[in-house]
Design a protein. Structure first.
Length: 353
């Protein structure tokens, strides 16, 4: 979703009648969003947070969420509050390296961090790396805190939906499921797969073996697919025709609306990676961090950040599904598990590296 026009900059969260306009993802269609979509107004102490956040003037968000979604969320937030969002987008492994450097040097940059690496998040949570979120949207009835808020601190801001897709020029009959990726016609570098660079991606390969067949990943490796470091890179490779099919891509709705020769399907259950999000205890902009976190779980925030993804609020039209309808692993992938699977992946997929 891309923000295209803004009718008015909201002066504060207490304004109830004004609207701002955003465009639905990839469609160019303008939709109205009322100030009510910014969630509950909160009390006087929350208004103080808003006032201080505006004085801070900016917030830095580290995340691996889709670039378009991050841009849309940043633009909508700045339109509503006049506060700039500096987005640092990268995969979990690289973000963890950046954050470790900030900790070791004392040069804290990140205010809010979203990560799909649950073990890493839980470890930092135990170390008091994060502080509890305080915004009124976390207490709103439409936000299910029991499902999406951990220890009043870590919240799910969205869940990336990853699924199979194909280039319609190269696979005109399409795919009916992951099992179709084993078609001999797709062997020899015609399929794109994701490198296991994080625990969330190890989860994906567990998902394939659990929901398709116990030896599916081994058979997929025998197809000698190409490997990529991210879902967006795979989507681009599908769009350009570099590959014919993919085991791991974002829902390709935006690409289809733009006329790209691509399509995708959704298995049941669908695979997703929840983005576990929190306010850093040493955030340089603590009030803006709280306000931005609150914004992410409002209708306005979810319409942007959960586009083509799993939403944590009901009725988000841009979302592909609800975050609570995504496949959940029966166990938590640890850092050691990730290292071990990388070695196994290299053994299975080595010829295509």
């Amino acid at each position: 979703m891309r923000v295209t026009t803004i009718r008015r900059v909201l002066a504060g969260i207490g304004v109830a009648a004004v609207t701002f306009a955003t465009a639905a993802c990839g469609s160019g269609e303008t939709v109205e969003v009322t100030a009510e979509d910014l969630g509950p107004t909160g009390d006087s102490s929350w208004q103080e947070v808003i006032d201080k956040a505006k004085q801070e003037g900016s917030v830095t968000y580290y995340s691996g969420q889709a670039t378009d979604n991050l841009q849309a969320a940043a633009a909508a937030f700045q339109s509503a509050y006049g506060i700039k969002v500096d987005v640092v987008r990268d995969n979990d492994a690289n973000l963890q390296t950046k954050l470790a450097a900030e900790e070791s040097t004392g040069n804290q940059v990140a205010d809010v961090v979203a990560s799909a690496a649950k073990p890493w998040v839980n470890e930092r949570l135990a170390q008091n790396y994060y502080v509890p979120v305080t915004g009124p949207a976390f207490s709103a009835p439409e936000f299910d805190a029991g499902k999406f808020l951990q220890d009043d601190t870590i919240f799910t801001s969205s869940a990336a939906v990853l699924t199979y897709g194909w280039n319609t020029d190269r696979v005109p009959d399409g795919l009916t499921g992951y099992a179709d990726l084993l078609d001999p016609e797709l062997a020899g570098g015609k399929i794109g797969v994701i490198l296991p660079i994080s625990a969330a991606i190890v989860d994906f390969y567990d998902y394939l073996n659990e929901t398709v067949s116990p030896d599916f990943v081994e058979k997929l490796a025998a197809q000698q697919p190409r490997t990529y470091t991210g879902a967006q890179a795979i989507a681009q490779a599908l769009t350009s025709g570099e590959i014919a099919a993919a085991a791991y891509t974002l829902p390709l709705t935006a690409e289809k609306e733009k006329g790209a020769p691509v399509d995708f399907g959704l298995a049941s259950p669908v695979f997703g990676a929840p983005f576990l999000t929190g306010v850093v205890a040493k955030a340089p902009h603590p009030n803006a961090a709280q306000l931005f976190s609150n914004f992410l779980v409002t209708k306005a925030g979810q319409s942007a950040i959960a586009s083509r993804a799993g939403a944590v609020l009901p009725g988000i039209e841009t979302a592909t599904t609800s975050a609570d309808e995504i496949w959940t692993s029966s166990h938590t992938v640890t850092a050691d598990d990730t290292v071990a699977f990388r070695a196994e992946f290299e053994r299975m997929f080595g010829a295509s590296q």
